[in-house]
Design a protein around this ligand. Structure first.
Ligand code: SF4
Length: 243
């Protein structure tokens, strides 16, 4: 599959997000899935995908510490699209062991503790579900961060050994919100309260005007530590706004 990436990139040059998604959904069927964090970009993708492939796979990582507003989006999605979503939880034994040893709010105590919590609550469940697909779809956009300026619509994910599809790579934040409003897509109400990036409740706060989009994530840590480890490019972690 890795060898096909350049060929696929050439084949899909200058294709719209819809064309890219339609072709890949047809080609990969049950072996392609959207990883949804329920943020604005993933809600746009959910809407586009379900309009063209109502049975397409969409999965959500429920860390157990999501804000109530995010759980409300899951409920709203189920009603709006009249379907179920794949929801993955942390491994019970691993989580019980972590919390028993370090307490429920371990992440405030050190970067190592925070990474351990992200590993148990997010990374391991993600790796578990990625074993079931050949392609994962993400809502990454180039504009989200300087670390993302090189993002391609089709990439090889070295760390997970599969194809990664970023159909919104070229979209601006204005385009994302234009799509949401025009299509009446459900969205997380925290976005209306200055939360551009929404993760777990204890690790997310609102941002002040002019602040970096990720300033509200793990705000107590130095910027170079702000990652959860879900996305890698060229062996380096790519920071993500909504996971
Ligand atoms: S974002 Fe916070 S609560 Fe969520 S998994 Fe990471 S450290 Fe744990």
């Amino acid at each position: 599959m890795k060898e096909q990436v350049t060929k696929l990139q050439e084949e899909f040059t200058n294709r719209s997000s819809e064309e890219l998604l339609r072709s890949f959904l047809e080609r990969f069927g049950n072996r392609i899935a959207l990883a949804s964090s329920l943020g604005a970009e993933d809600q746009v993708l959910t809407d586009i995908i379900l309009k063209m492939a109502p049975q397409a796979r969409i999965f959500i990582l429920d860390t157990g510490r999501l804000p109530q507003e995010t759980y409300a989006v899951i409920t709203e999605n189920m009603k709006h699209y009249q379907r179920c979503f794949e929801i993955y939880l942390p491994d019970t034994a691993a989580l019980e062991s972590l919390i028993s040893q370090k307490g429920p709010d371990l992440f405030y105590e050190s970067v190592a503790n925070r990474k351990q919590c992200c590993k148990v609550r997010k990374i391991e469940p993600l790796q578990r579900v990625l074993k079931t697909v050949d392609v994962w779809i993400t809502g990454l956009r180039r504009e989200q961060a300087v670390t993302r300026t090189g993002i391609q619509p089709i990439e090889w994910d070295e760390s997970n050994n599969l194809l990664k599809l970023n159909p919104l790579a070229d979209w601006s934040v204005a385009e994302v919100w234009r799509y949401i409003r025009a299509n009446q897509v459900p969205y997380n109400r925290l976005h209306d309260q200055n939360y551009p990036s929404i993760g777990c409740a204890p690790c997310t706060r609102e941002v002040a005007p002019g602040e970096d989009l990720r300033a509200g994530r793990w705000w107590w840590e130095a910027p170079e530590h702000k990652e959860c480890g879900l996305h890698y490019r060229d062996g380096k972690i790519v920071q993500r706004s909504a996971t």
